[in-house]
Design a protein around this ligand. Structure first.
Ligand SMILES: *Cc1c(COP(=O)(O)O)cnc(C)c1O
Length: 429
């Protein structure tokens, strides 16, 4: 039942992260409202992963729509070098008011990867401008920071980016901070920082998303941040995924006392409606770029830097995060998730992790080849049940829009339970 859209898609479209030879035809989604995606053939799907982790308020939000239309009538787009516009300024003020007080300067780009690229360029050029030769960077094993070259360089190396590996810059990695390794890893980091060679450290705070929703402690995040800062190493938090309520707080950094020098934001920034990335830095970093020489400036930009439509929708999305319903919903989903987690505890074939509105179920089977087949099997099993869940290998996870109702959450949990039961991983359904 391949429609004309499917046929033309097959003929003309090259999809992301997709082996085009073997992948089945993509779902054709023609409409979306709140947490529901409507397919061309009339079938409905719950958007269990927020349309690639971006949609926080649900689809078709009328407040965001009004902001978009109004802005379109004012100004659609304009160059952002030598020019500014009201919504970029308003957005910067709003962002600064929400972040720790040291973070004061906002740089605009288009997505999460570019927000990370900008952070890296800020960090390396900071030391360059100071005439101090710090060139090394520390990241965590399992990291994912995007798909551009700089972002790939600092991410986990593996078959995803093997063809490009010879082009990456050298990066030091710290093992994932499992609870029993924390103090040992802090000692390892200290030895590295003592070399005075490290320009920066970059972290996905508290949750490594693409690795499989791996979670580590606020204690470790706080101590590592403090340690790095004590050696002058710049600390970059990639909050592209963890921002905007995902971890139960507005930002993951709100779980700790220490604050980063640079933070990267995207995904939920516009409510997941338009592409936009922000890299926010401290005055301390910004000041290192001030000089008579133009070459000390951050010579970076994109055609769509500071796009007014994206800025207007981001401002409106931030307004929604300040309403009481926002955290009521975040807390409601977090609580439902933790009850579901409890219901699955003490089953040794799965490991279950939860923080805020993210819950992940890792299927632990001995044969690792089986992992990839269970991923495809699970994906299609859930589609059949009206759930759009895109597992990360053998890890099934939910990070739904915050408008998702309790009934819809129950449908997701039931779907997961019945999948686990179908694989004889649990028996209690
Ligand atoms: C998704 C993601 C990115 C990349 O963002 P894109 O908008 O896909 O380029 C970077 N960092 C983290 C932590 C992410 O989850």
């Amino acid at each position: 039942m391949s429609s004309s859209i499917s046929k033309s898609d097959k003929k003309y479209v090259w999809h992301p992260f997709t082996q085009m030879q073997t992948a089945p035809s993509p779902l054709v989604i023609t409409k979306a409202k709140d947490s529901i995606l409507y397919a061309e053939d009339g079938k409905e799907y719950l958007d269990c992963n927020s349309s690639w982790w971006v949609n926080i308020h649900g689809h078709g939000n009328t407040y965001l729509k009004e902001a978009l239309i109004q802005q379109y009538d004012e100004i659609d787009h304009v160059i952002f070098a030598g020019v500014t516009h009201p919504k970029a300024v308003e957005l910067s003020e709003k962002i600064i008011s929400l972040l720790p007080k040291d973070l004061t300067k906002v740089f605009f780009s288009d997505n999460g990867s570019t927000a990370v690229e900008v952070a890296l360029k800020m960090a390396f050029q900071y030391w360059f401008n100071l005439n101090q030769p710090r060139k090394r960077i520390l990241a965590l094993e399992g990291a994912y920071h995007g798909d551009t070259f700089g972002a790939m360089s600092i991410s986990q190396r593996g078959y995803f980016n093997e063809p490009f590996e010879h082009l990456f810059f050298a990066v030091d990695y710290l093992p994932f901070p499992r609870i029993d390794l924390e103090d040992e890893l802090l000692d390892q980091a200290k030895v590295k920082f003592q070399s005075n060679e490290f320009a920066a450290i970059i972290l996905e705070p508290l949750v490594q998303g693409s690795a499989g929703m791996y979670m580590y402690s606020p204690y470790f995040l706080n101590e590592l941040t403090a340690l790095a800062k004590s050696f002058g190493v710049l600390v970059i938090f990639d909050e592209v995924m963890t921002g905007w309520g995902r971890t139960g707080q507005l930002f993951a950094m709100n779980h700790i006392n220490e604050t980063p020098d640079i933070v990267c934001l995207s995904k939920g920034l516009t409510g997941g409606v338009l592409p936009l990335g922000l890299t926010v830095a401290t005055d301390h970093i910004y000041n290192a770029f001030l000089a008579e020489e133009k070459t000390k400036a951050l010579l970076h930009g994109h055609s769509f830097t500071g796009n007014p439509l994206a800025c207007a929708v981001a401002c409106a999305s931030i307004d929604l995060t300040q309403k009481t319903e926002f955290f009521e919903n975040v807390n409601r989903i977090s609580k439902k998730h933790s009850q579901f987690k409890l219901s699955l505890e003490n089953i040794n074939t799965i490991e279950i992790r939860q923080l805020g509105t993210i819950i992940a179920i890792e299927i632990k089977l001995p044969n690792s080849d089986y992992f990839s087949s269970i991923r495809d099997e699970a994906y299609h099993y859930f589609l059949d049940k009206g759930l759009l869940i895109r597992p990360l290998g053998n890890i099934i996870f939910l990070n739904p829009p915050y408008c998702t109702t309790n009934e819809e959450l129950d449908k997701m949990y039931l779907g997961i339970n019945s999948f686990l039961a179908s694989k004889n991983l649990i028996f209690n359904v």
